[in-house]
Design a protein around this ligand. Sequence first.
Ligand code: SF4
Length: 462
Amino acid sequence: MFCEVKPKERAGVINPIFTCQPCGAQYASIGIKDCIGIVHGGQGCVMFVRLLFSQHFKESFEIASSSLHEDGAVFGATHRVEEAVDVLLMRYPHVKVIPIISTCATEVIGDDIDGVVLKLNNGLLKEKYAGREVHLISLHTPSFKGSMVSGYDVAVKDFVSHFAKKDKPNGKLNLITGWVNPGDVTELKHLLAAMQVEATVLFEIENFDSPLMPDGNHVSHGDTTIADLTGTADALGTIALNRYEGGQAATYLEREFDIPTIIGPTPIGIRNTDTFLQNVKKLTGKPIPESLVWERGLALDALTDLAHMFFADKKVAIYGNADLVIGLAEFCIDLEMKPVLLLLGDDNTSYPNDPRIKALQENVDFNMEIIMNADLWELENRIKNEGLELDLILGHSKGRFVAIDNNIPMVRVGFPTYDRAGLYRHPVVGYAGATWLAEQMANTLFTDMEYKKNKEWVLNVW
Ligand code: SF4
């Protein structure tokens, strides 16, 4: 039995798992209040990304584009950034933060967005917008390397390093959630409130689940303020839940401001949630209350009803953001399942050094493959041509056709999930997330048993 970690052996990508770096920078940007990003590139670099956000959350988001055309792609288009900043500031009097997000085209032609920021700071902002608080931040996210995951990581780090400023201790915990859903944020806030911990939740996207109000529709935005970002340097500690989505920012705060920092684990499942709470306790000194022990007990009870009877030895393939995939794999193992195939969709070469992956390699007692720089063809090909038998697929909606075409039950998890209702509202982290995920997996397997007439009678006597 062995667990192999290797890059896909084929050149090219067929049905990618991820989109590009600017997408991640845009996701981090919409988590900040009074912020509208300008993506310096073709309009499609915003249009398709906004569509993904809107499909996933069923909400509207505001992101701008410098709208690069042929002449700009040849001769340079920094003047379009200058115009875009001016138009944005005129059109939106509340906007205070404008990240300038580069793309593949503008990085290749070498447009100097740092130079534009300097020019605008010394020119337009002083002359036309004197007295108005405006922060222009250049985010370099060329899409010919990395993925939306690394783009998010770069943006979070650059936002934090732009604003963080030492003043006096604020007694708060920095919580960098990574790429999560509103339901996850609600659950994380609940856990922290139960421990009476005051936290700055960074790139806070709980309000991406927005109401329809009597005065009209609501444009969704994040709730992390400039003051929140500035205060990160005065925190009593930082927890970044995800190594690859916020880890760089946490390391920066530790290095620059001596903020005690813990990176990971992604609190998916019982043991990772236990570790998260222990880490909160370690950094804040606050005890874990009896109420959370009770919640843990409820979750354990729910999982015990399912694990051995229904999940044992079920073979699972998981794809998506690396932290999510690893957390889900650990959870599946705890539920006696066999995550036989993990697909990590970008070219990050540090995955083999991830301690969680090393632990999987040392401990799994079944054959497991972890494919880096993977695409969805890696999954499809194994099923169609190499005899891979699966009981369940876990991943986002872009892989739905692999599941549908091959009659394999699938639980949608990750980003984007647009073909099932309301998934963004449910957590996958914390004890509530563990219960919800396990019950989703169980109910999906039950439905499959019924449709395929595969021991469906068991459900009569359970
Ligand atoms: S790959 Fe390049 S052109 Fe396509 S969306 Fe990403 S940044 Fe824009």
